[in-house]
Design a protein around this ligand. Structure first.
Ligand code: ACO
Length: 362
């Protein structure tokens, strides 16, 4: 068995299915293409949470309840924003979330959903010495997140783009952070503890930490003026090309296409349009370099490549990209935690001992 648990089925789920050969993502019976750009994030959160909370209200009521939860999280954590902002923005968000009640009620779950959307803009503003902007409980979730970041009502197009992003990353089978969440949930430790495990796993550059380095890569390639040469050099030095490759997908990650279309809509002839045209050139060069360097493996564009462009266009700095990923994935984590808890079964695999054997004492 491989160290990475490749091909091991470790849970049964009704939540999502990743078809790695067909390049399809199904979320509770809906294809990603059916949801992205059509359903709002709170609606998709409701879809994921359905059946896991007895008191789950309808779509409109849930969107309002998430709005009230944003206000509550802001009110509770505002006094310590300056303390949290002394950390990097991901660790600050995680530390703020750790202070939320570790219960299992719907209210606890909604505060968790609200928390990344509130903490990310507040901590980014605190870091640059700006006062936090309070949430508007009646506003659309994604639009409010952007307003709390910039301090003004952003364009509906940007809010819609962010909303589509949150929906696109809401759940994705048994990825590393979801597995970590389910392991902790299986100990009956409580929702906040399970989410903190997911947050820990998401941070790494092989998972949700990739889009920040994608920006650095694009900037470095632009400065070098030679995409193929730069990329080949990385491979020669044993580096991975960020935003490419996936454990499950052997074809293009369908989320990459959804996000690329969103960036194209935002693009026009301005900065985003130029950045997209350049990224497309880099993408083609990377696919070719990877095809030649790793002919045994089909390495394709993954979700993180166009995530970087979309979140950059929405006004988030690269250091906060993983926060925004967490803001979308958190509904999936909560649903998986609840689903795991209902099995009542502790996740406890075995390891094979390959270390030294103690001397036998007679
Ligand atoms: N760049 C260069 N080489 C790569 C890449 C890449 N992006 N991805 C895989 N490879 C190579 C490996 O070096 C390895 O080569 P080798 O056989 O010569 O040693 C081969 O492909 C197989 O690699 P594995 O590590 O077995 O592939 P795995 O399925 O574990 O990789 C992963 C998945 C970790 C995502 C990998 O593709 C990667 O590191 N990508 C870059 C980081 C990234 O974009 N992460 C975000 C993933 S999406 C998400 O989590 C939301």
């Amino acid at each position: 068995m491989a160290n990475g648990l490749d091909d091991v089925v470790a849970a049964e789920t009704v939540l999502s299915d990743v078809d790695g050969l067909g390049g399809r993502l199904t979320i509770r019976g809906h294809s990603l293409l059916e949801l992205a750009g059509r359903w709002r994030y709170p609606q998709v959160a409701r879809l994921l949470l359905d059946g896991f909370f007895d008191d789950l209200p309808g779509d409109a009521e849930l969107a309002e309840a998430i709005g009230r939860a944003r206000v509550e999280v802001f009110r509770r954590l505002q006094p310590i924003f300056p303390t949290l902002a002394a950390l990097d923005v991901y660790s600050g968000m995680r530390a703020g979330i750790a202070l939320l009640q570790d219960g299992g009620t719907l209210a606890d779950a909604l505060r968790l959903i609200a928390a990344p959307a509130v903490l990310t803009p507040a901590l980014l503003r605190a870091k640059r010495g700006d006062k936090a902007v309070a949430p508007d409980k009646g506003a659309d979730h994604a639009a409010d997140m952007l307003r709390m970041l910039s301090g003004k009502a952003d364009s509906p197009d940007l809010a819609r783009a962010l909303d589509t992003y949150l929906v696109t990353v809401c759940d994705h089978g048994l990825n590393a952070s979801t597995f970590a969440t389910r392991v902790v949930a299986s100990t009956q430790a409580g929702l906040t503890s399970a989410i903190l495990a997911g947050l820990g796993a998401l941070k790494g550059p092989l998972h949700g930490g990739a889009p920040g380095p994608v920006v650095e890569m694009l900037d470095a390639i632009e400065a070098s003026g030679d995409a193929a040469g730069w990329l080949r050099d990385e491979i020669v030095h044993g580096e991975r090309i960020m935003g490419f490759g996936h454990r499950i997908y052997r074809v293009r990650d369908p989320r990459a296409d959804v996000l690329k279309a969103v960036v194209r809509q935002l693009g026009g002839k301005g900065g985003t349009g130029r950045r997209l045209a350049f990224a497309e050139e880099v993408e083609q060069a990377a696919l070719e370099v990877l095809r030649v360097a790793k002919p045994q493996r089909s390495i394709q564009t993954n979700v993180e490549f166009y995530t970087a462009l979309l979140l950059e266009a929405a006004g988030f700095p690269a250091e906060a990209f993983s926060n925004v990923f967490a803001a979308g994935r958190i509904a999936g984590w909560i649903a998986h935690a609840r689903e795991q808890q209902t099995t009542g079964r502790l996740i406890r695999p075995q390891s094979r001992y390959v270390g030294p054997v103690p001397d036998l004492v007679a």
